[in-house]
Design a binder for this molecule. Structure first.
Ligand SMILES: [Zn+2]
Length: 405
């Protein structure tokens, strides 16, 4: 199909006010992980208003809106939970009013990432207005619990709803660059155990905290030796928490455990990361147990969907149809070459592509450095451009497939 990029851009600009107002409404509804119901209902209202063909809320609480009835299923995803606001004194304004100053919209969730949701819904509207439908079905998802357990929502959508898109556009903030990967991560626990006794005669016991000491030093030394990847960067490791068990302050501790935040680069897996730690001399000598944390917090609907706290690395090849066609959409709309890069943080693609190998590509309004920070903001001009991209991507993808036939 021949694409009229000018018309799409004009139509996106036409909806600037609607996109802004919709986003401000979402910002006004606090929606921390596991408490997203109200914002989901607000999104449903907007999807109905702009004329989505089908809207469902699944048992986990994710909202799924469909445009079109074609053969190729293309999905675009925004998580619609946010983190908390942290220390309120660091905010210069109320994080939940959606203050607007010129091009800027302020508030929790602006960049991370209710802005992506606002742009996607109006992309659906533009597809209808300009009749950009073709042999595809566009699935727009507003997903829950990402800030708490990235990708869990999509484990549910893929495994339980049996929905397998050809690819997924992740609309987390990219400053309007195209991102094709990021490092993975895992949450690891290492525990030592001992035998308690009265603190006045420590030689009678076996101190679990002392056993942890050489492990901590070995972990510190392990970090600089981890694998490097020219695109994604280096794997990393840090000890983030330490716990103990002891019958009293006047006793030898009988338990000690630590949490490790491990970032995985290309080629590193949970097996390799666990084995590296298990093979440390100090870990072997202490007989320490190395394991992954589990996540099993109920969603706002009460659904519990347990998973390991493992969020695999993913990278999409630059020459993949999905990457090429997203670049084509960008060049068609904006008449310049995009920056094709990667995220520093983690997204729902850890499960979609990391676990299930469904191609993912990132393009979103807002800036990564605004995420989780006080005075979070996003930009109307970026919301409009992202909206135009989302309306265009399905067509450039189909054109790319047709070219190859
Ligand atoms: Zn996010």
């Amino acid at each position: 199909m021949k694409i009229n990029f000018e018309d799409i851009l004009k139509q996106a600009k036409h909806y600037e006010e609607d996109i802004t107002n919709f986003l401000r409404d979402m910002i006004r509804i606090p929606s921390e992980s596991c408490d997203e119901e109200k914002v989901v209902l607000r999104i449903k209202e907007e999807m109905e208003k702009v004329g989505f063909d089908k809207i469902t809320i699944d048992p986990m609480g994710n909202i799924l809106g469909y445009i079109g009835h074609g053969k190729h299923l293309i999905a675009m995803d925004a998580h619609i939970d946010t983190v908390g606001i942290g220390e309120i004194k660091n905010w210069e304004f109320d994080p939940y009013i959606g203050k607007v100053v010129g091009d800027e919209i302020y508030g929790r969730g602006g960049s991370d990432q209710e802005g992506g949701m606002a742009s996607m819904v109006y992309a659906g509207k533009i597809i209808k207005d300009l009749n950009l439908l073709d042999d595809y079905t566009l699935l727009i998802t507003g997903t829950v619990q990402e800030e708490d357990c990235d990708g869990l929502c999509w484990q549910y959508i893929i495994n339980e709803l049996n929905i397998k898109p050809e690819f997924v556009v992740i609309t987390e903030p990219t400053s309007l660059n195209i991102y094709r990967g990021h490092r993975g991560r895992m949450e690891i626990k290492v525990s030592t155990s001992g035998i308690s006794c009265h603190g006045s005669a420590p030689e009678r016991g076996d101190n679990a905290i002392y056993k942890m000491a050489p492990i901590l030093l070995d972990l510190q030394e392990l970090h600089p030796k981890l694998k490097n990847d020219p695109f994604l960067g280096k794997g990393s490791l840090t000890v983030s928490e330490i716990f103990y068990s002891s019958p009293s302050r006047c006793a030898v501790a009988d338990g000690c455990s630590i949490s490790i935040d491990r970032r995985l680069t290309d080629g590193e897996t949970f097996e390799s990361a666990i084995a590296e730690i298990e093979n440390l001399d100090s870990v072997k000598k202490a007989g320490a147990i190395v394991e992954m944390y589990d996540y099993k917090r109920p969603s706002y609907t009460g659904l519990v969907y347990p998973t390991k706290s493992y969020f695999p690395t993913w990278v999409l090849d630059e020459k993949h149809d999905v990457c090429v066609s997203t670049v084509n959409a960008y060049e068609g709309l904006f008449n310049k070459k995009p920056l094709v890069d990667k995220w520093t943080f983690s997204t729902n693609a850890v499960s979609i592509m990391g676990r299930y190998n469904i191609p993912c590509i990132g393009f979103g309004p807002g800036h990564e450095e605004e995420a989780h920070a006080p005075n979070e903001k996003t930009f109307k001009s970026e919301l409009v451009k992202a909206c135009a991209m989302y309306a265009t991507i399905p067509l450039t993808y189909l054109n790319q497939l047709n070219e190859e036939e």
